[in-house]
Design a protein around this ligand. Structure first.
Ligand code: SF4
Length: 269
């Protein structure tokens, strides 16, 4: 929520004030399905966390997935459905290559947090919390990503959300996270760091500042557009005049990736 405002206050308004619905994209659906399989896999007894169990869980949830209205709306061909399943499975299978699920001491999976830290409300779902010692006092916060890890130069920035999760877990469970991990199973990449009090505090301070800016935007009803390359990936570009100008100009300069959804929204692909 706060990161959307940081990216573009106008986008935040479309999404959270006007409540405009963002249809599920293929990548969000792949993400939710893979997360669900992993959630249930790690709820199993350690000895049952096998690839066969993961396959059974994926099969169990498939009827719900294929009848989901958002999924149906994409009118996928058989080959596209195969590709969807293949991508989900690459994430499950990839995780088994990154770690042995049977040796993970799970404290919680998909746990919701709704906490106030220094007066600022934060909410989120933590994919997994692992115990690192027998006493279960040392913990690791794990977040899965089904997208690409991207350029190494931005990896530290990508950990921001997990640092915030660490702050939320610390506040709510009174446990001190020792390690935070962002896992990209399909690519077998782990972006990790030791949980560090300073970086965790810094993200709380940064996002508290964003929260204050959101308040002042709401009081003044000023949500300025923040145009840039991400406009081509914004679900609301069809309604945002400044964003349209930006995407059209980048398109004519050949500066937009062909698979950017904004091109289809504006009829440019
Ligand atoms: S199109 Fe660009 S400027 Fe407009 S809301 Fe989206 S991100 Fe913001």
């Amino acid at each position: 929520m706060a990161t959307t405002y940081q990216q573009c206050p106008r986008k935040w308004k479309y999404q959270y004030i006007l409540g405009e619905r963002v249809g599920s994209t293929m990548s969000t659906m792949i993400g939710s399905y893979a997360h669900k399989v992993l959630e249930y896999l790690y709820k199993e007894e350690a000895s049952d966390r096998t690839l066969d169990t993961a396959r059974e869980i994926a099969t169990y949830f498939w009827p719900g997935q294929e009848s989901d209205p958002d999924f149906v709306a994409h009118e996928l061909t058989e080959d596209q459905i195969k590709e969807f399943k293949h991508t989900v499975w690459r994430n499950i299978d990839g995780l088994f290559r990154m770690e042995n699920p049977q040796s993970v001491e799970v404290v919680a999976t998909e746990q919701e947090f709704n906490v106030k830290i220094k007066g600022t409300p934060f909410r989120g779902f933590v994919d997994r919390i692992d115990a690192l010692n027998e006493e279960r006092t040392d913990i690791r916060i794990v977040d899965y990503k089904t997208g690409k890890p991207g350029d190494k130069r931005y990896w530290s920035k990508k950990l921001k959300q997990v640092r915030l999760y660490a702050a939320m877990v610390q506040e709510e469970l009174k446990l001190t996270p020792k390690r935070i991990s962002l896992l990209f199973p399909a690519h077998e990449v782990a972006i990790e760091e030791d949980a560090n009090k300073r970086s965790v505090n810094m993200i709380v301070t940064e996002l508290s500042g964003v929260w204050n800016s959101i308040h002042s935007s709401m009081e003044t009803d000023k949500f300025p557009p923040s145009v840039g390359p991400l406009c081509a990936w914004c679900d609301f570009v069809g309604e945002c005049p400044e964003g349209q100008v930006e995407v059209e100009s980048r398109f004519h300069e050949g500066n937009v990736r062909q698979d950017a959804p904004g091109l289809a929204i504006l009829g440019l692909s």
